[in-house]
Design a protein around this ligand. Structure first.
Ligand SMILES: *Cc1c(COP(=O)(O)O)cnc(C)c1O
Length: 303
């Protein structure tokens, strides 16, 4: 038994026609918490639970926090999520639906996280949103499922925030012997912390995040994400916020699934003519995201 579900892998006719190659969608948006995060977070929570943890703490007001809240409810472990004042009413509502205790503290994620760290006592497990090997091992299961389905893609497209998804997918590619399958790592222009690290040759901290793709808003990527870029074939790609938002709208139209701009960033690569032209069979990780409403996406597009 795992906390995540095995997700559908479907061929997308609309995205294939837009992109050129055949596009296969791994529909992580259909995880019960709304994003791929449940794979890694669920695995981490199960491990901590087995080790005797009696309380999970998160400082993510986004999909990582939602995954912790879901995992805690399923395991019968209480969850506290500390979020900054900037967190949307929608995100807080979703956390409360999962029975998490929500503490609103501080004006930035740094302050909320500091408060969360201060809460930790014996028997508490802190679940990081992206920088933890337990998470990467959990995320890697999505590639196992693709291999079991008999599909070997010639490229994988995914979004990068702090690089946990990237680290997990590369772990999955490696453990299935797919050392030759390149990853196209997509960031929005205002949240390109992986690109900055690759350019510098070491992780760097961006002075600020300037993107509507809040789930990609890690100022600094995990060291492991940069290591993936250095030891596995990887192309760093960037798209505008506008392209990410338009991709959300088009994907809703094409597949009737609403995703966050963080996921729209990866989808935008398929909707931009020519950017995937030199591949034949592309695996798109539809990472999902539960915190954006359609109204908000329209408001961002109109701004
Ligand atoms: C967390 C998240 C990402 C980025 O994942 P990282 O592991 O931080 O790189 C992308 N899309 C969605 C919807 C997310 O929740």
């Amino acid at each position: 038994m795992t906390l995540h579900v095995q997700t559908p892998l479907i061929e997308s006719r609309p995205l294939s026609l837009a992109a050129g190659p055949t596009l296969w969608l791994k529909l992580e948006a259909l995880q019960p918490s709304g994003s791929f995060k449940l794979r890694g977070v669920g695995h981490a929570c199960e491990v901590h639970h087995a080790r005797g943890a009696r309380h999970f703490v998160s400082s993510s007001g986004g999909n990582a926090g939602l995954a912790v809240a879901y995992a805690g409810r399923k395991l019968g472990v209480p969850v506290t999520v500390v979020v900054p004042e900037t967190t949307s009413a929608r995100a807080i509502e979703l956390l409360k639906l999962e029975d998490a205790q929500v503490v609103v503290k501080g004006s930035s994620w740094q302050e909320a996280n500091q408060h969360a760290q201060g809460l930790l006592g014996a028997g508490d497990a802190f679940i990081h949103p992206f920088d933890d090997p337990l998470l990467w091992t959990g995320h890697a299961s999505m590639i196992d499922e693709v291999a079991q389905a008999g599909l070997k893609p010639d490229a994988v497209v995914l979004s990068v925030g702090g690089g946990g998804l990237l680290s997990g997918v590369v772990e999955g590619l490696k453990r299935n012997g797919w050392h030759d399958v390149p990853v196209l790592a997509v960031e929005t222009e205002g949240a390109a912390s992986l690109h900055a690290a690759i350019t510098a040759g070491h992780p760097v901290e961006l002075p600020a995040i300037n993107s509507v793709a809040t789930s990609l808003g890690a100022k600094r990527v995990a060291d492991q994400a940069l290591a993936c870029a250095q030891h596995h074939p990887l192309h760093s790609e960037q798209v505008s916020d506008r392209a990410a938002l338009q991709a959300c709208e088009r994907f809703l139209h094409d597949h009737r699934i609403l995703v966050e701009p963080a996921c729209g960033a990866a989808l935008a690569l398929a909707y931009a003519p020519g950017r995937l032209a030199h591949y034949n069979k592309v695996l798109m990780i539809v990472c999902g995201g539960a915190t954006a409403t359609l109204e908000q996406i329209h408001d961002w597009l109109a701004a």
